[in-house]
Design a protein around this ligand. Structure first.
Ligand code: NAI
Ligand code: MG
Length: 486
């Protein structure tokens, strides 16, 4: 897929060979996965998914329109009776099988994830794909233990779940949504994002191979219009959405007054707070992970950094030094730290915010790393001289752009950290346990990391407050949005 450089050409820079795409099977054209098989879309329309690292087309993917959504919902509805009545431990077996098949094909998944979405192979290989398998393993275990999850209550599935996922963690978000829905006995219509549909379609192949009854999982592709068709379909019982706050608000309005249940996992502008007593080098590394992981396309990214004044100069200098070592480039290269921006549209959004930051008087620092000529790229960026009212402090950028402010007292930083419409995550860097406990009480955020950031685990719940959404995914809490009680 990717063109290798001529190894004999004279070059002064060392360029290791990127992850090979040999033996990675990507079809030219993908159909819709409905009722256990791949079928053509009713109107025979397809759209392209490209590789954001070189703008080249990878494959064509079916565009699901209203008739196709209907078919998928019908298949899920027909499958619901049998699936929900199946002995729970049998349901668990299928989910285990899916987990194992993901593990077996992990390398293939990792390469496709990086090709289609632009994230560094190191991240898809070590984080996204193993975590996706873990989610299926974890929820497979709950399938026949729901009476322990909900003691003295009889949990029943809701019915057909419509699940709409974003482009930043395509396979992982599919796993977050599918695994708990299936474990609790629901059937599903899932739609991946239009720029990153390929790993969900690969997952569809695995789901078919797992032998799970037909129609239990249906995976259809398309953009916002297809998503809206799912949201508005009258025979859907539950909507689970991860994506932008704007679309989240639209979905909430669309289901208001209907019996549909809903969970929303939306944007964020998470605070990362460094106190003067923190282990500074460790904290600086943590800041790098918090904002540059997955090019900053992370809903819980630590995009607002607060540094205690007495250590601000030291932290900022170390941060700039560390940033200058980051390698931006080929997502398939194992040494890459920051891959391609997911789409042209997202790159425009980020560049626009950078302009706004400069125009509003922020002091910009960008590393002078060499960016590839083709594709979508953004150098790691930080802004200084900001106050709470700056747009780049308030709004989600969803790119490798960090907004830095300083503070003197703990109460001042609590107030600043909470002064945002969002409430997804926060990070605290200090050696003092008492400070950590105080802040976990005071910060309005769904997840608070202490002396680390962006750590995820299938056993722990994730979700937001305020405009970051509601409902939890992961852990025991992640079962609840998919059940009702008699
Ligand atoms: P988006 O919210 O439009 O897309 C997410 C998913 O929703 C995709 O599958 C899309 O096809 C679907 N969708 C779009 N419109 C819909 C509608 N009316 N009804 C149902 N489904 C719909 O996100 P977009 O436009 O790609 O990114 C814009 C901004 O959103 C980003 O800059 C970022 O700030 C934020 N975002 C946040 C994410 C998160 O994980 N919290 C993920 C993706 C984007
Ligand atoms: Mg793509």
């Amino acid at each position: 897929m990717t063109k290798r450089k001529n190894p004999f050409a004279a070059s002064w820079t060392y360029e290791p060979a990127p992850e090979s795409t040999d033996h990675i099977q990507i079809k030219k054209k993908y159909d819709l996965f409905i009722n256990g098989e791949f079928i053509k879309p009713q109107n025979n329309k397809y759209f392209e998914t490209v590789n954001p690292a070189n703008d080249e087309k990878i494959a064509e993917v079916a565009l699901a329109e209203s008739e196709d959504v209907n078919k998928a919902v019908k298949a899920a509805r027909n499958a619901f009776k049998g699936w929900s009545a199946l002995e729970p431990k049998e349901r668990g077996k299928y989910i285990y099988r899916i987990a194992r098949l993901i593990q077996e094909r992990a390398r293939e998944f990792a390469v496709i994830e990086s090709l289609d979405g632009g994230k560094p192979i190191r991240e898809s290989r070590d984080i996204d794909i193993p975590l996706a398998a873990n989610h299926f393993f974890y929820y497979a275990g709950w399938a026949d233990k729901l009476e322990y999850a909900f003691p003295n209550r009889k949990a029943k599935p809701l019915g057909v779940a419509g699940q709409i996922i974003p482009w930043n963690f395509p396979l992982l978000m599919a796993a977050w949504k599918l695994a708990p829905a299936l474990a609790t006995g629901n059937t599903v219509v899932l739609k991946p994002a239009e720029t990153t549909p390929l790993t969900a379609l690969k997952l569809a192949e695995i789901i078919r191979d797992s032998g799970i009854p037909k129609g239990v999982v249906n995976i259809i592709t398309g953009a916002g219009k297809t998503g809206a068709e799912i949201v508005n379909h009258p025979d859907i019982d539950k909507i689970s959405f991860t994506g932008s706050t704007a679309v989240g608000k639209y979905i909430q309005k669309a289901v208001a007054g209907t019996p549909k249940k809903i969970t929303l996992e939306l944007g964020g502008k998470s605070a990362n707070i460094i106190f003067e007593d923190a282990a500074i080098d460790q904290a600086v590394n943590g800041v790098i992970d918090a904002i540059f992981f997955n090019q900053g396309h992370v809903c819980c990214a630590g995009s607002r950094l607060f540094i205690q004044e007495s250590v601000a100069d030291t932290v900022i200098q170390k941060l700039k030094d560390r940033m200058s070592t980051l390698i931006v480039g080929d997502p398939l290269d194992k040494n890459t730290d920051i891959g391609a921006i997911n789409s042209k549209r997202q790159l425009k959004t980020i560049e626009n915010y950078i302009k706004i930051g400069i125009n509003e008087g922020g002091e910009i620092y960008q590393t002078d790393c060499k960016l590839p000529k083709k594709g979508n790229w953004c150098a790691p960026t930080l802004f200084l001289n900001l106050s709470q009212s700056h747009k780049i402090v308030q709004e989600e950028i969803f790119g490798p752009v960090l907004a830095i402010q300083t503070f003197r007292t703990i109460d001042e930083v609590v107030e600043k950290a909470n002064n945002t419409p969002y409430g997804l995550a926060a990070g605290v860097w200090t050696q003092k346990g008492a400070k950590i406990f105080y802040l976990t009480q005071k910060l309005k955020a769904g997840v608070i990391w202490a002396n680390t950031f962006n750590k995820f685990d299938a056993t722990s719940p994730f979700g937001g407050y305020k405009e970051s959404g509601f409902g939890r995914e992961g852990g025991l809490h992640g079962l609840k949005p998919y059940v009702k009680f008699e």
